[in-house]
Structures are given as C-alpha cells and as structure tokens.
Design a binder for this molecule. Structure first.
Ligand SMILES: *[C@@H]1O[C@H](CO)[C@@H](O)[C@H](O)[C@H]1NC(C)=O
Ligand SMILES: *[C@@H]1O[C@H](CO)[C@@H](O)[C@H](O)[C@H]1NC(C)=O
Ligand SMILES: *[C@@H]1O[C@H](CO)[C@@H](O)[C@H](O)[C@H]1NC(C)=O
Length: 408
C-alpha cells in the first residue's frame, strides 16, 4: 500500500479560509495507514546480507527513505526492516542488531510528508492537515497525528491503543472538553475499529464526536494473497516482488489485512493455480503450499481481532473511492511456481481494496444507534483519497456540522 510515493504531487488546495475562533474547533486525531508514517532505526548488526550494507549506525530514517529502496540498497533495507517471529515465545522482534522507533507521536509532521529528504514528493496527509490549518487548526494542539509501527498488529503493540486513548483524552481537554473527530486511512481504520471496540460506551459518548474513515480496509484486502505467495513491488517499478517477499511476510500487520473469511465465501478463489484454488477459508493449506507454514501461526494471532467487524458505537462518516480496477484474484500458470508475478483478475474497488471490504462498515447502520453515512468518490484511488479535494471538503463539512452541534 505504498504506491502513493510516486503519485504526482497533489495540487495545493486553495481554501478560502475563514479563520474561526479556536473555541469552535472540534479537535482531530489522525491514524495513518500501512506505511503511512516514519520509522527510524539504529544498527549494530552481527552480520549483513552484503559487504556494502552498513553494520553500525546512529538513528536514521528507515521508512520512508526512497534512496534505500534503490536496486543496490533494497536488500540491506529489507534485512533492516524485517521482523523475526519466535514461535516458542510467540513474539516478534527486530532483525538482529536493529533498534527501531516511531518518531513524532502526537504531531502530524511524520504523517504529512513521509521521506524527510523528499518532502512534498512524498506527501501523504500534508494537504489534509494544511486544509485544517487554513481553517484555524494548529498542529499538535487541535490536530494530532497518531503514527505507529505499521509492521505490527494489536497483539504486539497494545501500547499503541493505550497511548492513542490518552492522546484522544488530551485532545479533548486541551480544546475545552470538546469531543474528538477521528480521521483514519486504510489500516488506520482497522486500528481505530479495534481501539473503539475496546472502549466502554460511556468513554466513546464522552470523548468521540465522530469517526471519518478514509478508504477503510474493514474486511482486509486481496492483494495480501499476492504478497504472501510472491511478494509485491507495491508499484515500485524497479523492484520485483521476490526482492521484498521475506520482509513482507514477516509483518504481523500483513496477516491482519488478509481477506476476512466472513466476507469471502469458500467457493470464491483468491488464488488460482492449474490444479488447486485457494479461498479465504484455506489459509493453512495456502501458507504450507507457498512454503511459509509459519504464516499459519502468525495468522492465528490476528485472525479474530476484527473478524466480526463489530459496530464501533460512534457516529461514522465513511469516505471511499470506487470504480478503480482492483485485483480480486491472482492466477498462477504453473503449479507450485510462486516466484513469479501472477496475472491479476480485476473487480470492483479503489485500486487496492475490494469494494466489499470498503463498504463493510455500512452494515453498522443496522447495528448501532449512532449515525452511519458514506460518500463515494468514483475513480479516486485508495491512497489519493486522503489528498483528494472532494474528500477533504467532505471532512471539513463534517467537522463544521459537528462543531455547530456541540456549540449549540
Ligand atoms: C506536542 O505537544 C506536547 C505538549 O502539549 C509536547 O509535550 C510534545 O513534545 C509535542 N510533540 C511533538 C511531537 O511536537
Ligand atoms: C479454480 O477457479 C477457477 C475460476 O473460478 C475455475 O475455473 C477452476 O475450475 C478452479 N479450479 C479448481 C482446480 O477448482
Ligand atoms: C476464530 O474464529 C473462528 C470462527 O468463529 C474459529 O473457528 C477459530 O477457532 C477462531 N480462532 C482463534 C485462534 O481463536
């Protein structure tokens, strides 16, 4: 889900800014998507995969650093960012000799532009945060970022839930006890759902005004099948999936993003080979057949976390793109040959996430008393949505309605 790096720079939004008094601003907390924040590393490695890879270093940006994805560097990079799963202790750790940290929690800087050396050409939440700033919002005071180690899922990162609950409470009290609007993108929506599912209703009634999920991957995404079988270059033209497969298979979060068996039936093949097909109900066999049986143990850690897509118990205004060709199944020409780029079978969605996963939140209309609305953006891609003028305008109008309601 990192293809946004190479998207053209989004044209600046010129918002005729009516600066409203800060008392009427509804605070905003943003939970970014997979790969949607920076990750720093410090090395003191016992060994490296090539002689030219650094063994020792001070803190540096491991993600996003487009330079480290260059053909010569990518092996060093993937050995630095991969995780190691220890089955005996059921825990993840970094690659030996690598320390990592997520910079800038609370602020929006590390989710606005991802590569600190490239700035606007790695722009992510920058246009959205700027549109809020043009309305009088102040970074780390009325608009906050909640970045996280996107390699991990909830079982290995419960601290993130604790920290984010505290950040929401902080945003509330810093803004005159005004309930918060949560904004999330992609996997950040799954995290938001997980966090809300774990808070008491009284807490949600007090602290949350509304949730605006952008491109919510509520029921997983089919592209995880390709990633587990063959690796995916995620749109980076000079890489092949195989270069990054081991690294991608090592992320706990990539298992959390696998197509949810509640949304895909056993007779819908996601991976098609001449003699055997694999559905969302065949993951054990699939992991074994692609030569990654460990995947089955990791999948079991995250399988049931958000499988029920349980109503969050807050007002939801979902925004998502439609009518972009989206891979819904992958075809392999030869049995047992996974080290290839499969043929994609396209269906409906936002280019990354299938439509049924994006709109899985609509069932909440019948499952909670709080309002659930949605707005779709035809032809707008999964990641482009966060910088899309129409989607940002929709957010601004939700924020205005919310603050009007709270003030009155
Ligand atoms: C955000 O503001 C708080 C004070 O409210 C401060 O302690 C913290 O360091 C700031 N964070 C960043 C990343 O600037
Ligand atoms: C796999 O799925 C395809 C497409 O639905 C179907 O044509 C084919 O017969 C299936 N193959 C097997 C072995 O079940
Ligand atoms: C997850 O839920 C499914 C369906 O309810 C159940 O069959 C499975 O055993 C559960 N898995 C774990 C690891 O609890």
């Amino acid at each position: 889900m990192i293809s946004f790096i190479f998207n053209p720079v989004v044209s600046l939004l010129i918002v005729a800014s009516h600066i409203s008094g800060s008392a009427s601003l509804t605070p905003v907390v943003i939970l970014p998507g997979d790969g949607g924040c920076q990750l720093e590393a410090k090395l003191d490695k016992p060994q490296t995969v090539h002689f030219f890879c650094s063994k020792k270093s001070d803190w540096f940006t491991l993600w996003l650093s487009v330079a480290q994805l260059a053909p010569k560097e990518v092996d060093c990079w993937s050995d630095n960012i991969r995780l190691v799963y220890d089955e005996s202790t059921e825990s993840f750790s970094n690659s030996p000799g690598v320390q990592t940290r997520v910079p800038g929690y609370g602020d929006t800087k590390t989710i606005e532009n991802l590569d600190p050396t490239l700035k606007s050409s790695s722009s992510y939440f920058a246009p959205l945060v700027q549109a809020l700033a043009d309305k009088g919002y102040v970074r780390n005071s009325s608009v906050f970022g909640a970045p996280y180690d996107f390699r991990l899922g909830p079982p290995s990162n419960m601290e993130y839930m604790v920290k984010t609950v505290q950040l929401i409470e902080h945003a509330y009290s810093l803004n005159g006890n005004s309930p918060v609007v949560l904004v999330s993108h992609s996997m950040g929506c799954l995290w938001t759902l997980f966090i809300l599912n774990h808070q008491p209703q009284e807490w949600k009634d007090k602290f949350i005004a509304a949730w605006v999920p952008f491109s919510g991957v509520f029921g997983g995404s089919t592209n995880e099948m390709e990633l587990m079988a063959s690796g995916s270059n995620e749109g980076i033209p000079w890489l092949s999936g195989i270069d990054v497969r081991a690294e991608q298979r090592s992320y706990e979060s990539n298992f959390w993003l696998m197509p949810n068996p509640e949304l895909w039936s056993p007779d819908e093949p996601l991976v098609i080979t001449p003699s055997k097909n694999y559905s969302a109900h065949d993951y054990s066999v699939f992991f074994k057949d692609v030569g990654y049986p460990l995947g089955d143990s990791i999948y079991k850690r995250v399988d049931n976390l958000t499988r029920a897509i349980e109503a969050p118990g807050v007002a939801v205004h979902a925004l998502y793109g439609t009518d972009v060709d989206t891979p819904v199944a992958y075809i392999y020409k030869e049995d047992g040959k996974w080290d290839v780029t499969p043929t994609k079978l396209n269906g409906k969605g936002d280019g990354t996430v299938p439509l049924r996963s994006l709109e899985a939140c609509l069932k909440w209309k019948h499952e909670q008393p709080q309002v659930v609305t949605s707005k779709t953006f035809a032809g707008v891609d999964h990641t482009d949505l966060v910088s899309n003028k129409g989607a940002i305008d929709a957010l601004l109008s939700i924020l205005k309605d919310t603050s009007d309601r709270i003030i009155v």
